[in-house]
Design a protein around this ligand. Structure first.
Ligand SMILES: Nc1nc2c(ncn2[C@@H]2O[C@H](COP(=O)(O)OP(=O)(O)OP(=O)(O)O)[C@@H](O)[C@H]2O)c(=O)[nH]1
Length: 479
């Protein structure tokens, strides 16, 4: 099974969220409203106003010329002299302008300079008052007689030598902008008359168009598109900040969770250790609800287990008949006491053997013999101190360990026991047995190689007591 730590999970989660934040940021970036690269209106430049003013003045001038009596006379009479005189007058008034009188039949009445555009104008003169021009601004105005009949056209063409200068001083929105003076040709692509600025940016955006009223011209201005890097920067910054916040938040939560989980796991480990050492506490604190139920279950099971263990363990150490300690428990206790001798402690032991036990068995039956064993055990329990360790070694033989008791004190205790012992006990209804026992007393010695040497001395003392006629205690100290 693959294991993953909470921290690693947190890192993965943070990475996924950061990635998600990146995707969201990219989506926001890609779906952002596309700001027009030519954002603000430039306003009407001075140049445009001047050109419009010029066009308007020419229009009014053409109207005045068309209505002038001498012009009318020229058209009415068709006299070259009259026309010439009028043209000369007009030429004198405006050196830069070319004025042509054209009859309705498109016959040029006056000689004069005819630039290409003027020729074009002449060709179109019959199709209404239109203005077409390149660097020269031309327009025509109809000439009408007193009877309302159209006689022809006055064409005024004004050269605009200052146009380039005006265009060069055209205020642009910024240094990187690009501007064109265009002339509409009726088709899709207007003709470009003048250029200013960096033409490269023309590819990137649509221009702002400024129409020049009264002329076929317009000014087109391109503003540079803000570099991509600049546009992306706030998004990247936003993403980085969001990522940082996500990382801090996720790791904060993860560490808090991990700490709490670790704390609770520690409690479970402590519980397990306590269970192993068979000393469960009443209460184990867990802070996460998820751990509460399992811990309570484990606590319940642990208590049951310890109870059973204790029961089994005590049963394994208990003599089933006399209900005092059995030989195994005796051996362990003896070993335990023997180990403390090196620290200067003294322990004594007394072996007791019920006198004439075999006879009880033989006379009253095995059951009566059992009862004598049980009753003798009970008597020992009631006559000895709680700290004394009573065990049945087998048959009718018992042993009492007097922990932390030197031999002389043990001798007193043995005598006291004999004195307190009841004279007889009832084994089965109607059968009473006199209670008498022989004893052998000794003490554990640091000089002994093993703990059973004291038992052997006590046994020898017991034998002496039996040989001496029973119902007595003999002492055998260590050599
Ligand atoms: N009823 C009964 N008898 C047992 C039990 N264990 C051993 N015995 C018998 O106890 C008797 C012990 O014999 P002995 O040690 O000679 O008993 P005694 O008559 O006290 O002899 P001394 O020890 O020399 O005084 C044997 O007959 C065993 O069979 C037991 O659990 N119950």
């Amino acid at each position: 099974m693959h294991h993953t730590s909470i921290t690693r999970l947190g890192l993965i989660l943070a990475a996924v969220l950061v990635l998600l934040a990146g995707l969201v940021t990219s989506a926001i970036y890609l779906t952002r409203p596309q700001g027009s690269p030519v954002a603000e209106d430039m306003g009407k430049p001075v140049m445009a106003t001047q050109i419009e003013f010029l066009a308007d003045a020419m229009k009014r001038s053409a109207a005045r010329i068309a209505a002038h009596p001498q012009t009318l006379a020229c058209f009415a009479s068709g006299s070259p002299e009259v026309c010439q005189a009028q043209a000369a007058n007009l030429q004198a008034l405006n050196q830069d302008a070319t004025i042509l009188f054209v009859t309705d039949g498109q016959r040029q009445l006056l000689p004069g300079f005819l630039p290409g555009d003027t020729r074009q104008l002449l060709a179109n003169a019959g199709h209404g008052a239109t203005a077409t021009a390149t660097f020269n601004l031309s327009l025509s105005h109809p000439v009408t007689g007193a009877d309302g009949k159209r006689l022809g056209f006055v064409i005024v063409e004004q050269s605009v030598p200052q146009l380039q200068v005006l265009f060069d001083t055209l205020p642009l929105p910024d240094a990187a902008a690009y501007a064109e003076l265009q002339q509409s040709q009726g088709g899709d692509q207007p003709a470009v008359l003048m250029r200013r600025g960096n033409q490269a940016i023309k590819r990137n955006a649509r221009p702002t168009l400024i129409a020049l009223a009264g002329t076929p011209w317009q000014i087109a201005v391109w503003r540079p598109v803000t570099p991509v890097a600049e546009n992306v920067a706030p998004y990247i910054l936003g993403w980085l900040v969001a990522s940082l916040l996500i990382a801090v938040l996720v790791m904060g939560i993860v560490l808090a969770v991990r700490n709490r989980v670790t704390d609770n796991l520690r409690t479970l480990v402590k519980f397990t250790n306590d269970l192993r050492q068979q000393r469960l506490r009443a209460d184990y604190a867990v802070s996460l609800a998820e751990f509460q139920a399992p811990l309570e279950t484990m606590l319940k099971l642990g208590k049951v287990m310890l109870g059973r263990q204790k029961e089994v363990s005590s049963q394994a150490r208990l003599d089933h008949l006399s209900q005092v300690n059995n030989r195994r428990a005796f051996d362990e206790k003896q070993k335990e006491l023997f180990a403390t001798l090196k620290d200067g402690w003294s322990h004594s032991l007394l072996i007791l053997d019920i006198d004439n036990f075999k006879q009880v068995n033989d006379t009253f039956g095995h059951e009566a013999g059992d009862q004598l064993i049980i009753k003798f055990g009970n008597v020992l329990k009631s006559c000895l101190r709680n700290s004394d360790f009573i065990a049945r070694l087998g048959g009718d033989e018992f042993c009492v360990l007097f922990p932390y008791t030197p031999l002389d004190r043990a001798q007193e205790l043995a005598e006291r026991l004999r004195a307190k012992m009841p004279e007889s006990v009832e084994l089965i209804p109607g059968v009473t047995q006199r209670l008498s026992w022989s004893g052998g007393l000794s003490e554990y010695s640091r000089d002994d190689r093993e703990e059973n040497e004291a038992l052997a001395r006590a046994d020898a003392a017991l034998l002496e007591a039996k040989r001496g006629g029973r119902n007595a205690t003999r002492v055998r100290a260590a050599a």
